[in-house]
Design a protein around this ligand. Structure first.
Ligand code: 1CP
Length: 358
């Protein structure tokens, strides 16, 4: 319907003998706990609606249509790199491409959010979901990564949703406030709910391995709704599957675990030995460091609402966090959650420059 940007023929242009330009990047060093320069900075949801360039492109395409086009994946992923020179790129995609690949019918409605047309609500329904033997329904992601790699000089972070968070959308059919259906199922038929989580974890492992093969240099797993779980529920229904995913990855690519509620669950997350943990803004990062020793990287954790503040306040708060984590070789500057869609680009630029001029 609309003309696509110049098609990319990435598979022809990658020189596999060449070491990636980003192999000694700040991000990858911080993920090994060995960065002695300034901390790297990237921001969750950096490739999204707060960018005017994104909103302009979005006028022409439906969101999922954008996720399906390798050239558009590359174009949007590059937008925050061009706008702010952040130290890492995050793949433009969504955690709900897995339910889509499972055939549940996913669409995104403006001002509503994601809708799953055929939610999953029983053990019988889980049994009909296919195993990840054929990933062709996700090949656009692989092609997007291949398209991006030759243009990128900073590491590319691939991602997926944590099984619990993805399950909550598959069960509720939309964004939920109380996770009533999810919790009712979890509590009344834990074994059936475990089958669902296991199926999503198997898909996530296959999907992340595909991203690794295609060239991502780090991964982040988003457990955006972990904060709805009680402590024991978190261990049984979320952490166990994060562990399964970490153990299922074919090659050792550093993985950052981010969950809302991480200030409560971080010590448990550290036990499964990810390369890094993304912290929400409720905790003090330097205090967290006392419980989570190096080389585990700590990522975060500026309150995303600080981006609404006057520019000098943004600078003050960024400097405060930089001072707090000064000299920590495993610190990655980020927000405690994603950038809100109505934040100004000037605010984001102020934040990034404040870190990069240190
Ligand atoms: O209307 C639009 O233009 C779509 C807005 C949008 C964008 C830009 C959505 C819809 N998803 C994305 C991209 C996206 N999603 C990225 C890549 C870009 C980047 O981070 O820079 C990533 C990593 C995600 C991950 C994602 N999707 C999460 C986990 C992260 C988080 O914020 O907690 C979740 C929960 C989703 C689901 C989702 N996708 C989009 C919406 C509106 C939602 C629902 C959020 C909710 O339920 O509150």
């Amino acid at each position: 319907m609309f003309p696509l940007p110049t098609p990319c023929h990435a598979s022809h242009s990658i020189d596999l003998r060449e070491k990636p330009a980003s192999s000694n990047s700040l991000l990858l060093q911080a993920l090994q706990g060995t960065n002695h320069a300034r901390p790297p900075v990237w921001l969750m949801r950096q490739a999204g609606r707060h960018l005017a360039s994104y909103r302009a492109l979005r006028q022409k395409y439906d969101f999922l249509e954008m996720c399906h086009q390798p050239e558009l994946i590359a174009e949007v992923t590059m937008m925050p790199i061009k706008a702010y020179q952040v130290d890492a790129a995050i793949l433009f995609s969504d955690i709900l491409v897995i339910p889509e690949a499972l055939g549940l019918g996913v669409r995104f409605e403006d001002r509503v959010g994601p809708i799953i047309e055929r939610p999953v609500s029983s053990r019988q329904a889980v049994e009909t979901l296919h195993d990840p033997v054929d990933l062709s329904a996700l090949h656009f992601v692989q092609q997007g990564i291949q398209c991006l790699k030759p243009q990128l000089k900073v590491p590319l972070i691939g991602f997926c949703g944590a099984p619990f968070t993805v399950a909550s959308y598959m069960v509720e059919g939309k964004t939920s406030r109380d996770f009533k259906k999810t919790k009712q199922w979890m509590l009344s038929d834990p074994q059936g709910f475990h089958q669902l989580l296991r199926k999503i974890a198997d898909w996530s492992i296959a999907y992340l391995n595909m991203q690794i093969e295609a060239g991502v240099e780090a991964l982040q797993i988003f457990d955006s709704w972990a904060n709805s779980l009680a402590y024991a529920q978190f261990k049984e229904f979320s952490l166990a599957y994060l562990d399964l995913i970490l153990k299922g990855l074919k090659r050792s690519v550093p993985v950052i675990l981010f969950c809302r509620g991480s200030s409560v669950f971080a010590p448990e997350l550290a036990e499964i030995r990810p390369a890094g943990i993304g912290l929400d803004w409720n905790c003090s990062l330097s205090r967290m460091r006392q419980f989570i020793p190096l080389p585990t990287a700590l990522q975060g954790n500026l309150d995303p609402a600080i981006l609404y503040a006057p520019l000098p306040v943004i600078e003050r708060e960024v400097n405060r966090l930089l001072d707090e984590m000064r000299g920590d070789p495993g610190f990655i500057f980020n927000l405690g959650h994603g950038i809100a869609p109505d934040v100004s680009e000037e605010a984001v630029r102020t934040l990034v420059q404040c870190i990069q001029k240190r």
